[in-house]
Design a protein around this ligand. Structure first.
Ligand SMILES: [Zn+2]
Ligand SMILES: [Zn+2]
Length: 291
């Protein structure tokens, strides 16, 4: 099928879990119909993953963050400082310090607070255009912070159950999910056309009801998966995913898996799941893999 220029695609730079050495920490590139590139999460290996893929930080228009854990967040300092201090002549992008644009940042407000808490020691010192250093820098020194258009009342936590954003033609909800209890962690629901959405679970346990509710509307669902079952599960249990209805399983791409993937591939594929690997590209409108 010919590639549809108006479609959105998602490329996995890293597809592995927190301790994966084979598949890399989480970072994916979203290419919008406008050609703009956004990132979903920016794990500790993201700087090297993007370098290996030939992608410059200066080509990135915006960043979405699901939650603050190193395998999703620790590449962000490299991103921020590269953009702040360096220009990219090849892509014609000036440094932020030299007047260039800041990448946009979309995340739930509770995640943003944790992000600042985590990055503060590195981020609060920033060079100034007149030489010297300011110790008063904030997250918006490096990123153009996008504020939510709408917030849903808190549900089981003290922060909004969901926040809605619109930017660069992107329309999405960041939704509170159950990962580590009491920690702000969110999924992303990105609109593709009309009522159709793409769901990105972030790190999350399996929310069966919510997934069944998306069975018709979702073009594709990317879900955190662990093949290790344990009490107090904080990830997407494979057994819980395998218990979902088959048509739903066929829409799910397992991601954030650990290095025991090949031991489990057969049963995962038999159950109808697809499996994300670094370099895979998905068309978010058709839900099909492009390469
Ligand atoms: Zn993780
Ligand atoms: Zn996590």
């Amino acid at each position: 099928m010919a590639a549809n220029d108006l479609s959105m695609t998602l490329r996995f730079y890293g597809a592995g879990g927190a301790f994966s050495r084979r598949y890399g920490t989480t970072c994916s590139g979203l290419t919008l119909p406008s050609g703009k590139q956004w990132l979903i999460d920016c794990g500790r290996q993201a700087p090297d993953q993007l370098y290996a893929a030939g992608v410059s930080w200066h080509e990135i228009a915006g960043q979405m963050m699901t939650h603050v854990h190193g395998d999703h967040t620790f590449g962000l300092e490299d991103f921020a400082f590269s953009r702040y201090y360096s220009a990219d002549a090849k892509h014609g992008v000036e440094s932020i310090l030299g007047g260039g644009p800041r990448p946009k940042l979309v995340c739930h407000s509770a995640v943003r607070d944790e992000l600042w808490e985590t990055m503060r020691s590195a981020f609060r010192f920033a060079g100034t255009a007149h030489g010297g250093t300011s110790s008063q820098a904030t997250l918006d020194t490096y990123f153009e912070i996008i504020e939510p258009q709408e917030s849903l009342a808190p549900d089981r936590e003290s922060w909004p159950a969901a926040e809605r954003f619109e930017v660069d033609g992107l329309k999405l909800w960041t939704r509170d999910t159950l990962h580590v209890p009491e920690k702000p962690s969110t999924s992303l629901e990105i609109a593709v056309e009309g009522e159709r959405v793409v769901r990105w679970s972030g790190d999350s346990t399996v929310h069966t009801e919510l997934l069944i509710d998306l069975q018709e509307r979702a073009t594709i669902i990317f879900h955190d998966c662990t093949f290790t079952e344990y009490v107090g599960q904080v990830h997407g249990s494979f057994d819980a995913l395998a218990a979902l209805p088959e048509p739903l399983r066929r829409k799910i791409v397992l991601m954030h898996h650990e290095d025991d993937l090949e031991d489990n591939r057969e049963r995962a594929e038999k159950a109808g799941f697809r499996i994300a690997l670094p370099g895979h590209v998905y068309d978010l409108h058709t839900g099909q893999r492009r390469s």
